[in-house]
Design a protein around this ligand. Structure first.
Ligand code: GCU
Ligand code: CA
Length: 137
């Protein structure tokens, strides 16, 4: 099952502003992180069971420069995804990542490691149990 967590919806944290000036976002806006290292966006997600989960992070980066981040799950850095330029700020792309989660509440933080900060972040799609047989929900 997939649950969508909007970047503008509590308990998500956006170190920056929730903006709506670039078209194509889902919900009521997106997180425009402050252009600085460590100006993170964080999602709090619920997993019904421990195991592998798939993340779909929808973003736009209207520059030609990749923005590097650390992906911090429950306080531990797990990988270093970087968000490439998407051409324009209203061109949104989904980056797919795989993590391990605990049963229950998990925090998923994208922490920018460069001075340009994060790309604009629209939402996080969180999928668990993707190998279930047809008919399951
Ligand atoms: C522009 C754009 C913002 C974006 C910012 C950035 O100001 O309008 O939406 O967040 O660039 O470089 O991060
Ligand atoms: Ca920004």
């Amino acid at each position: 099952a997939t649950t969508r967590y909007e970047a503008e919806t509590s308990p998500a944290v956006c170190t920056g502003t929730i903006d709506s000036n670039w078209a194509g976002y889902s919900g009521s806006g997106f997180c425009n992180g402050t252009n600085a290292a460590n100006a993170y966006a964080q999602f709090t997600v619920n997993a019904s069971a421990a195991g592998t989960a798939t993340l779909g992070a929808r973003f736009a980066n209207g520059t030609t420069t990749t923005r590097p981040t650390s992906l911090i799950v429950n306080g531990t850095t797990t990988q270093s995804p970087s968000f490439e330029g998407t051409g324009t700020w209203d061109t949104w792309v989904t980056k797919t990542l795989t993590i391990n989660v605990n049963a229950g509440t998990n925090t998923i933080r994208f922490n920018p490691t460069g001075s340009t900060g994060l790309p604009n972040l629209d939402y996080l799609d969180f999928t668990t149990g993707s190998t279930q047989p047809p008919g399951d929900t």
